[in-house]
Design a binder for this molecule. Structure first.
Ligand code: SF4
Length: 353
C-alpha cells in the first residue's frame, strides 16, 4: 500500500475534504489494501449515522420512453429495438400499494424524459399515492424539467428528486451526450431542486468511456462541495444497441472504493448499493454495503415490463416478483450483519413531512 495514499485516506477521514489532485492520487494508487482501509473507515461512519440499518426504496419504472439520446443508454430515443411501454396511473398506484404492503415507505417514480405524462398527470399520481398511503415518501427520477414543473410536483407532495449529474467534467459530459444536452442545465436543475426544498440525489457513472481518474476526482470534489442528500453511483455497463456497444464495461472495485470515499466525504449521505453494482458482481450489493452504502432500491415495476427498462445489458432482478426481491435482499443483508428497516429513510437530519 502506498503510504502517501494511506495518509490521504486518514486526512479525508478526519477532515471530510481533499483537493481534486489528492482524490486523483488516491484513485491512481487504489489497491486491495487501500480499499480495505477505506471501507473500514467508511463502515465506522456508516454505523455512527445509521447503525446497521439499510433503507429500501421501491423503484417503479413507469415509462421507458425518453426524448433524449444519451450515447450509453439502452432506452435512448434512437434505439428502435427497444420495446416501449407506459404504465397507467392505476398501474403505478397498484405498484405503490403493493410496495406499501411489503413494508416500503418510499417509492421512486423513475422514467425517461417522457412528456406524454403532463405535469398534471405526474401531480395526480403523486396525490393518489399520498392519499392511499399518507406516510409514503415520494421520490421522482424523471430528468430535467422547468422550475415550475419541479415546484408543481413538490406542491403535490413529492419530497425527493434523483438526477444523476453523470460526470462533473463538462468536457466528458459532452463526449457521453449529444450536443443538444447541456451539462450546465443539469447542474442548474440540481441547484433548483435544492432551492425548492427537495432532498436531492446526484450521482455518476464510474469507468464510463473515456473517463480518467482525474474526471472521477472531479466527481468526488463535486460531492464534497454540493453535498447531495443522496448519491447514486454504479459502474458503466455497455448496452448492445447504443453507440457505445463496443466500449468496455467497468468493474466493481473502483465503484466500491468511491462508495467508501463518499461515505468519508459526507458521512450522513444516503448511498445506494446499486443494481448496476449487483450486475457486474454477483455479490456487488453486499460488497457495496460493506464499503459504506446504506440504501437498496429493489424493483416494484410489474414483471411484464421489467426487462424492457434496460439502460444496460444483463440487468439483474428483471424476472422476480417484488415480494421475491424483498425476501432475497433481506436474506442477503442479514447474512452480512445488517437489517432492512421499514422506514422512509431520510438523510440523517432531514425531515420529509
Ligand atoms: S440516460 Fe436517462 S435521459 Fe439519457 S436516454 Fe437514458 S433515460 Fe433518457
Amino acid at each position: 500500500m502506498d503510504i502517501n495514499a494511506k495518509n490521504l485516506l486518514e486526512k479525508l477521514n478526519n477532515n471530510h475534504a481533499l483537493s481534486i489532485d489528492e482524490y486523483d492520487y488516491l484513485l491512481k494508487h487504489m489497491d486491495i489494501d487501500l480499499m480495505n482501509v477505506a471501507s473500514e473507515f467508511a463502515r465506522i461512519k456508516q454505523r455512527q449515522h445509521y447503525g446497521n440499518k439499510i433503507f429500501v426504496r421501491g423503484l417503479i419504472e413507469f415509462t421507458n420512453f425518453c426524448r433524449n439520446n444519451c450515447y450509453y443508454c439502452g432506452i435512448r430515443r434512437d434505439n428502435s429495438d427497444c420495446e416501449r411501454y407506459r404504465l397507467s396511473k392505476a398501474q403505478i398506484l397498484e405498484c405503490a400499494n403493493v410496495g406499501y404492503d411489503l413494508g416500503f415507505r418510499t417509492v421512486v417514480l423513475q422514467g425517461g424524459e417522457d412528456f406524454a405524462y403532463t405535469d398534471e398527470d405526474i401531480c395526480e399520481i403523486i396525490r393518489a399515492i399520498k392519499s392511499s398511503n399518507p406516510d409514503m415518501v415520494i421520490t421522482l427520477s424523471i430528468g430535467e424539467r422547468s422550475r415550475a414543473s419541479y415546484e408543481a410536483y413538490f406542491n403535490a407532495g413529492a419530497r425527493r428528486y434523483l438526477l444523476r449529474h453523470e460526470t462533473a467534467n463538462p468536457e466528458l459530459y459532452a463526449k457521453l451526450h449529444p450536443q443538444e444536452m447541456s451539462w450546465q442545465n443539469r447542474m442548474d436543475c440540481l441547484q433548483t431542486l435544492r432551492e425548492i426544498g427537495y432532498q436531492v440525489g446526484a450521482g455518476f457513472m464510474v469507468e464510463s468511456p473515456g473517463q480518467t481518474t482525474y474526471d472521477l476526482a472531479m466527481d468526488l470534489k463535486f460531492i464534497q462541495d454540493f453535498k447531495p442528500d443522496m448519491c447514486g453511483i454504479g459502474p458503466y455497463i455497455s448496452h448492445k444497441e447504443t453507440p457505445f456497444a463496443k466500449e468496455t464495461s467497468g468493474g466493481a472495485d473502483t465503484t466500491l472504493f468511491c462508495l467508501s470515499l463518499i461515505r468519508m466525504i459526507y458521512p450522513q449521505i444516503l448511498l445506494p448499493a446499486t443494481t448496476a453494482l449487483g450486475t457486474v458482481d454477483e455479490h456487488g450489493r453486499e460488497k457495496g454495503i460493506l464499503a459504506g452504502a446504506n440504501v437498496l432500491m429493489p424493483n416494484l415495476s410489474p414483471t411484464s415490463v421489467r426487462s424492457k427498462y434496460t439502460l444496460y445489458d444483463n440487468k439483474i432482478c428483471t424476472g422476480e416478483e417484488a415480494a421475491e426481491c424483498v425476501t432475497c435482499l433481506r436474506n442477503r443483508v442479514t447474512a452480512i450483519g445488517y437489517e432492512i428497516v421499514e422506514d422512509p429513510g431520510n438523510r440523517s437530519g432531514f425531515n420529509t413531512n
